[in-house]
Design a protein around this ligand. Structure first.
Ligand code: ADP
Ligand code: MG
Length: 734
């Protein structure tokens, strides 16, 4: 049922004053077809008096050594073009009541000449410098045109001016700063009052938020800086509130599935298993195990994130949980991201199970490995085992998602290195059983804000302690020219029983080239620096059997050194590999480097991670203060920041923090993959306080009215269906 108000707001933009068919067409190209769309096309920034300077003040700043950006509002007084033998130049002089300054352009001269006309007023922003005649000068600055009237009320009454991004689609129909502001002004004046509120009244008053209409009006044309802040806050709150609604509903949806299992420690199986382990579990491992046990006993399904740094011993914890499931007569499956990892886990686990069967033969536990590249006959047999419940524990890769895989009675799903899988993939495995318990594992520590959002539907268990006797990996940064010495080091350490990984990055997004690079390095090293040690090679283009064989030979110490591409990145566990040399380290992402480093340091011996990069990178000693980097520095020194962070920090939490700063939350934790909407206004790392409030409200509502049936919640229900339908897949409301 569409209300009259909504009908009005769905009118085409063409109904707005000064928008004809041509402009309407241009708006459509950038995704604005209705009046409503335009009302929600918000300014990218605002100009207010506290952020501008007069020409003479700006000059004073500059003379006093100020080096940052600044904005001046002034009128075009003169322009001239000059031609030199090779290049030409456009110089525009602008004046305000206190003085003058210049802007110069070397490129696009024709265009800028047409933009700057005598008498027009502009807000010019950039980092000025002194010209050789001592004038204040901007080179290729940002600028926005404003009208005489706007400039007067700006200067006299402190009116705030909005600036909008103007994509080229709009520019070609002659929409510029002035005209777009005018069009949006018409839209706001004629239509904003028809907007229907999208938050419950009680939430608005309790959290002191602006009403939607007021917020829209003040986001575009704020009456003061304070109301602008208030308006933006309302949109941040709204966005985070709906995000948390989705989280809360998703969690509720999972927990309220009736068909969960209650699984208890039944026999001596687990005690016997602990006896055959070659080590004692750490306190942290015991703690998370007891959390998992409690969840498994509870009949409502477990949905838990097990987090622990690389090497903290997550596998054993997962295996014990799997044994509890088996002990209760269920199947348990572990899903891992790569075939070699699947193979390795299967071998480890079957080794442990063999030992277990020697002390406890009441129950024979059968393990099955399912990966994409298996021979057809083997696979058929495995599939049959799984369906007939010949197999109790199943380890597999993406192949587990295939339709053909039918579990007899799946009780527990473990997802290793979960960041490699999207929420959709995880969900598809869950529907294969009768809502099995789920443990997802990740080495990436999750900042609080993300554990409340992207992972907010999961309960969290953290292994915050490493097994005893582990020494932190020594990390060194070296230039290419040091490679001969590093190879000597590798050869030298062989006598202490050290094995080494030598990793090369993907040079191009092409597997063929990857193969070539790894192979040619392998051939070269074999003939030269590393002729006296035995070398193995592994890369993504090898067949599954070849990869498996290479790993086996390395594990059996038939190779001293394994040359590889990033196929070894996650999970691989070779206790005697204590050196990892990473070539072209500046090409890797930070979390990837941390994962690679995690391949070593898995025994009591001192391990080394040697990052090799271009000499000028390694040598450049702009010692960065990693704790206090400005956004500009982060951007400028990205690669150095990554490398220096690796040298300085071994703690995965610190690494993740830096990575979050460098890449933004979306990229790291796959918000795109998470099935949650993109955020336009809020920033989950910065707006923590708003997030906390929004979360509390949303979870309260879902707890009291999970199906959103009550009257005050109708507005939420309606808004979810209208604007968040894509994200509702994992969070049913009816
Ligand atoms: P991750 O958490 O990175 O998956 P793994 O589960 O692969 O780590 O464990 C790393 C190594 O530590 C393995 O060789 C494992 O056998 C060993 N390990 C696990 N728990 C302990 C422990 N409590 N004491 C000593 N070694 C352990
Ligand atoms: Mg692991």
């Amino acid at each position: 049922m569409i209300s009259d108000k909504e009908k009005i707001l769905s009118e085409p933009v063409q109904y707005i004053k000064s928008v004809g068919p041509k402009r309407a067409e241009a708006f459509k190209k950038i995704g604005i077809s209705t009046v409503r769309d335009l009302l929600f096309y918000f300014p990218s920034r605002h100009l207010d008096r506290t952020t501008t300077l007069s020409a003479s003040k700006a000059y004073g700043y500059l003379m006093n050594g100020y080096e940052g950006e600044l904005t001046i509002i002034a009128k075009v007084a003169d322009k001239e073009k000059r031609f030199f033998s090779r290049k030409s130049l456009l110089k525009v002089q602008l004046r305000d009541s206190t003085g003058f300054f210049e802007c110069i352009w070397f490129q696009g001269i024709k265009y800028f000449e047409s933009v700057f006309n005598e008498g027009d007023i502009f807000a010019v922003s950039g980092k000025p410098a002194l010209s050789k005649f001592g004038n204040l000068q901007f080179t290729h600055p940002d600028f926005d045109r404003i009208s005489e009237e706007e400039s007067n009320s700006f200067l006299n009454t402190g009116k705030i001016i909005p600036f909008y991004r103007i994509p080229k689609e709009l520019r070609t129909t002659n929409i510029g700063d002035l005209s777009l502001r005018r069009i949006i002004n018409h839209a706001v004046e004629d239509y904003a009052d028809y907007l229907e509120e999208t938050l419950p009244a009680e939430i608005i008053s309790k959290n002191n938020l602006l009403q939607l209409t007021e917020a829209v009006k003040n986001f575009h044309f704020p009456s003061s800086k304070e109301t602008l802040r208030h308006a933006i806050e309302r949109f941040k709150f709204e966005e985070l509130f709906y995000l948390e609604m989705l989280v809360a509903l998703r969690k509720h949806n999972y927990k309220s599935q009736l068909a969960g299992h209650s699984m208890k420690v039944q026999t001596n199986l687990i005690l016997d298993f602990l006896k055959i382990l070659p080590f004692d579990l750490t306190k942290a491992q015991l703690k998370v195990l007891s959390e998992i046990r409690k969840d498994m006993e509870d009949p409502s399904p477990m949905n838990r994130l097990l987090q622990g740094d690389v090497g903290s011993g997550k596998t054993i914890v997962a295996l014990i949980a799997m044994l509890i499931a088996v002990d209760n007569g269920f199947q348990a499956v572990m899903m891992v991201p790569t075939e070699i990892l699947a193979d390795q886990q299967a071998k480890n686990i079957s080794g442990l199970l063999k030992k277990l069967s020697m002390v406890n033969n009441e129950r024979k536990i059968k393990l099955s490995l399912l990966i994409g590249e298996q021979k057809k006959s083997v696979k058929e047999k495995n599939l049959q085992d799984i369906e007939l419940k010949e197999a109790d524990i199943i380890i597999g890769t993406h192949a587990l998602f295939e339709e053909k895989v039918k579990f007899k009675n799946l009780g527990l799903v473990v997802v290793d290195e979960q960041h490699r899988f999207g929420v959709a993939q995880r969900a598809s495995l869950m529907v294969k059983g009768v809502t099995p318990d789920v443990i997802v594992m990740s080495a990436t520590p999750i900042p609080r804000t993300l554990s409340m959002t992207v992972y907010g539907d999961l309960d969290l268990s953290i292994i915050e302690e490493m097994p005893k006797n582990r020494k932190p990996v020594k990390t060194l940064l070296r230039g290419d020219s040091k490679l001969p010495d590093i190879f000597k080091f590798i050869i030298d350490k062989k006598k202490d029983g050290y094995q080494s990984f030598i990793v090369y990055p993907l040079v191009e997004e092409s597997e063929k080239l990857e193969l070539k690079a790894a192979e040619s390095h392998y051939n070269e090293l074999k003939e030269t620096f590393l002729q006296d040690v035995s070398l193995g090679l592994i890369h993504g283009r090898m067949s599954w059997q070849e990869k498996e064989e290479a790993m086996m030979l390395f594990l059996a110490k038939k190779y001293d050194v394994l040359i590889s591409t990033t196929v070894i990145e996650v999970g691989i566990d070779i206790p005697d590999a204590n050196i990892i040399l990473i070539n072209d380290a500046h090409r890797f992402g930070l979390s990837q480097l941390h994962q690679l480093r995690g391949r070593v340091g898995r025994s009591e011996k001192q391990a080394y991670c040697i990052l090799v990069t271009k000499d000028e990178f390694a040598g450049r000693q702009e010692k960065l203060q990693l704790e206090y980097l400005s956004p500009a520095q982060l951007e400028k020194y990205k690669a150095s920041v990554r490398l220096q962070s690796m040298v300085k920090y071994t703690d995965g939490f610190k690494i993740a923090e830096m990575d979050l700063k460098l890449r933004g939350p979306g990229n790291i934790f796959g918000t795109q993959q998470s099935g949650f909407p993109e955020l336009r206004h809020a920033n989950i790392t910065e707006d923590v306080n708003i997030l906390l409030k929004a979360k509390e409200e949303a979870f309260n509502i879902v707890e009291n009215d999970p199906h959103l049936k009550e009257q005050p919640n109708q507005v939420i229900r309606k808004n979810l269906i209208e604007h968040y339908s894509g994200s509702l897949r994992y969070a049913k409301i009816a």
